[in-house]
Ligand binder design. Structure first.
Ligand code: NDP
Length: 499
């Protein structure tokens, strides 16, 4: 019998199922099948593919409970949080069914270059072929199958390699593909370890990777060697800035959600907070109250728990190390502070104060139910500390002065900044989302979130009988003078420029 991976429920520690651990040859075979299926899939056009995506949308809604339970069982997040992933799947299927054709329509280009006057210029977008999607364990649907949807909408076929920790949701997606009648080979799942991910990178035409910065750099390196496009959504250490004029209740409620959603195991979780001195005590008191009220444990139905288990076994060690290092350095844990005893992998929601910028909890991605809060003198110090990070995924600013909030947003080194909000941007599928610095390359959502799965082709058409100015042009002084005049007319005289 070939090797298998046993999948555990992190809330109970019990094995719930097993999936095949595919080797490189099996992964290569999946890509070959996907490659064979791709031309017919592309030939269906946007309308034909859109019909399948609409069926997918319906399937998500018809099977919402089963999908949420599968996510909950293998990841440990609450059923309510699992349901957010299900809703994302339904919304994304509808979104890409509707918008793919507009985002990828031929673009007519107008050039002011005197050398191509009268030519027709067009840019078109063609599917790359087979897209390899490699996903993490923290969002088994959202950051796995979620990226398959635009890849398919663009006319590619896709092979998904989910994390070995949470493969069951992806296996369920393969079942969905069969039930909605998706042609064979259009979408398949390569269950396996990191080796299966590495094998996938060897054979596909483009890679969409979501995961740690460490693995992302390896994947990008190999894609670079193969000269295939790759888009990377990596880790984060998202800062929150609370200014003295903020609506503190809102800042506390939203920060609680963004820090504790999925027990902090979200790439875009709020991981560190900088609060202006005049409102520091009040904000800390509001957060303490909220942290204390969280119900920790396995959810036994909707609305029964706010803080689920940690999914990946080594996460318990990372979170523990960050808290212990902070406390040893002089920080105080106002709530929680350690692993919850008993069944499953639960960590108590832990609010840390008296932290400093050099502690591990302020510098490294914690990915757990903890939140360090630091007092700052003013907005300038908050911005400086927020930007003092290897990561640049998201950031949030809280202030009632919206102009100031947007000014500060522009000073922050992050791919996305929210003013008086957090995480909501993820559900605006028109808005690109992607990290700066060690948080990634490329974007998901919006125009860039589908064009990355295409090859761009530029076409220049010269009508029969047109004068061949470019090739025939003898660059004599008279022509240079004519050209200079033309350029001045089209683009202005250089002396009128400011620099
Ligand atoms: P990893 O980088 O450990 O793994 C991600 C995926 O890559 C897994 O499927 C893994 O397989 C696979 N993999 C491992 N080694 C290789 C390899 N050499 N070549 C190809 N694939 C490989 O990340 P985690 O699963 O631990 O996910 C958590 C991380 O993901 C966090 O840093 C988080 O911030 C980030 N993330 C970023 C998001 C974003 O949008 N920016 C969204 C969600 C998460 P296996 O698990 O089987 O080893």
């Amino acid at each position: 019998m070939s090797a298998v991976i046993e999948v555990e429920n992190p809330s109970t520690g019990k094995t719930i199922e097993s999936v095949p651990d595919l080797g490189p040859v099996e992964v290569e075979a999946l890509v070959a099948t996907a490659r064979a299926a791709q031309p017919a899939w592309a030939a269906l056009g946007y309308a034909g593919r859109g019909r399948y995506l609409r069926r997918m949308q319906k399937w998500f809604l018809d099977n919402a409970d089963q999908i949420a339970e599968t996510i909950h069982a293998e990841n440990g997040k609450s059923l309510d949080e699992a349901n957010i992933e299900v809703m994302y799947g339904a919304v994304a299927s509808a979104f890409w069914a509707k918008h793919a054709s507009a985002y990828l329509a031929d673009e007519k280009i107008t050039s002011r270059s005197p050398l191509v006057l009268g030519r027709k210029l067009v840019v078109r977008y063609q599917p790359v072929g087979v897209v390899g999607v490699i996903g993490p364990w923290n969002n088994p649907l959202l950051n796995n199958f979620g990226d398959v949807i635009p890849a398919l909408a663009a006319g590619n076929t896709a092979v998904l390699k989910p994390s070995e920790i949470t493969p069951l949701t992806s296996v369920l997606m393969a079942e969905m593909a069969r039930e909605i009648g998706l042609p064979d080979g259009v979408f398949s799942v390569a269950t396996g370890t990191g080796a299966a991910g590495a094998a996938l990178v060897e054979h596909v035409d483009a890679v969409m990777f979501t995961g740690s910065t460490r693995t992302g750099k390896k994947v990008a390196g190999r894609c670079g060697e193969r000269l295939i496009p790759c888009s990377l959504e990596l880790g984060g250490k998202d800062p929150v800035i609370v200014l003295a004029d903020a609506d503190l209740e809102r800042a506390a409620n939203v920060t609680l959600f963004s820090a504790m959603h999925n027990s902090g195991q979200t790439c875009t979780s709020s991981e560190r907070v900088y609060v202006e001195a005049p409102v520091y005590d009040e904000f800390v008191a509001l957060m303490t109250e909220r942290f204390e009220s969280l119900r920790v444990g396995e959810s036994t139905g909707f609305g029964t728990s706010e803080s689920g288990s940690l999914t990946f076994p080594p996460q318990l060690d990372t979170v523990t190390r960050h808290v212990e290092d902070a406390v040893a350095g002089g920080a105080k844990a106002l709530t929680g502070g350690g692993v919850r005893q008993g069944e499953g992998r639960f960590f108590e929601p832990t609010l840390l104060v008296d932290v400093d910028q050099d502690m591990a909890c302020m510098r490294e991605e914690t990915f757990g139910p903890t939140l360090p809060i630091m007092k700052v003198a003013d907005a300038a110090e908050a911005v400086r500390l927020a930007n003092d990070s290897a990561y640049g995924l998201q950031a949030a600013v809280y202030t009632k002065d919206l102009a100031k909030g947007q000014r500060i947003a522009r000073e922050l080194q992050a791919g996305t900044v929210t003013v008086n909000d957090a995480l909501a941007n993820y559900f605006a599928l028109e808005l690109p989302m992607g990290g700066w610095k060690d948080s990634g390359l490329g974007a998901r959502h919006g125009r860039d979130g589908i064009r990355k799965f295409t090859k761009r082709q530029s076409i220049l058409v010269t009508r029969f009988g047109m004068k061949n100015e470019l090739h025939g042009m003898p660059f004599k002084a008279t022509n240079i003078r004519t050209l200079t005049r033309l350029i001045k007319t089209l683009y202005g005289h250089p002396r009128n420029t400011k620099d």
